[in-house]
Design a protein around this ligand. Structure first.
Ligand code: ATP
Ligand code: MG
Length: 225
């Protein structure tokens, strides 16, 4: 499908709510879209042992947020380097901004470059369901592809479908660290939600599987054009 009007989308949602899965389906269906997933960017910095990676590692391990100043620089640099800061760009963000302060700072940069967000979608999934499914989540770290042993298993056990490389468990996907991430999310989301509601671009979609949620997201993306 083609996007007629520039689409700049922010996906919000609790950890494990399916942002990565929804992003992948959007990228498959709308070839003009590019995506930046802050968690994937950080995990890549960590595996390359860059100075940002070294600073960020302990925050990810413990499930706390990386400081705003690091995140704002990291993601605006990504937008810049991928040539996404102009009025015709199409992209989606997953995982950033996730604090009110990040949202304001990002908005400022986007404003200066005539490339404002025009759609924010919050994925609303029952948090008890999220907690149940997180322990069976596996990822292919280099690509960010996500599998679930129960309902979205890889074709070959513990191997990535595309590259055949091994899948790993994220260190922060343990019950303990995960519930900490969930609590943090619930704290941070309220002011962000208000901020984007005021801007008139916030929408919410509910459902307990990505198959239920995806068509609703796609409808919003299309209706925005
Ligand atoms: P999921 O990927 O399961 O939806 P999530 O949204 O918590 O969950 P990621 O987005 O991959 O996971 O983020 C993993 C970790 O990376 C966070 O717990 C945090 O430590 C760090 N991180 C990612 N994005 C940000 C951000 N915008 N600000 C601060 N820390 C971040
Ligand atoms: Mg994710």
């Amino acid at each position: 499908m083609n996007l007629i009007k520039p689409t700049r989308l922010l996906l919000l949602g609790a950890p494990g709510s399916g942002k990565g899965t929804i992003s992948k389906r959007l990228l498959d269906n709308f070839k003009q879209l590019k995506s930046i997933a802050s968690g994937d960017v950080l995990r890549s910095q960590i595996s390359q042992k860059t100075s940002i990676g070294l600073k960020a590692e302990s925050y990810l391990k413990s499930g706390s947020l990386v400081p705003d100043s690091i995140m704002i620089n990291l993601i605006t640099n990504q937008l810049q380097n991928q040539n996404l800061l102009h009025s015709n760009s199409n992209w989606l963000l997953d995982g950033f901004p996730r604090t009110f302060n990040q949202a304001k700072e990002l908005n400022h940069v986007l404003d200066e470059n005539q490339s404002n967000l025009n759609l924010v979608i919050e994925l609303n999934v029952d948090q008890n369901i999220i907690l149940k499914r997180i322990e069976s989540r596996y990822v292919h770290l280099p690509s960010g592809r996500i599998y679930n042993l129960d309902y979205n298993p890889p074709k070959v056990p513990f191997k990535d479908d595309i590259t055949g490389e091994p899948l790993t468990k994220r260190e922060d996907d343990t019950a303990e660290v995960f519930s900490k991430r969930l609590i943090k999310y619930n704290e941070e989301i309220q002011p962000m939600r208000q901020y984007f509601q005021k801007l008139g671009i916030w929408h919410e979609v509910s459902g307990n599987t990505s198959d239920i949620i995806y068509p609703k997201v796609e409808k919003l993306v299309i209706s925005d054009i």
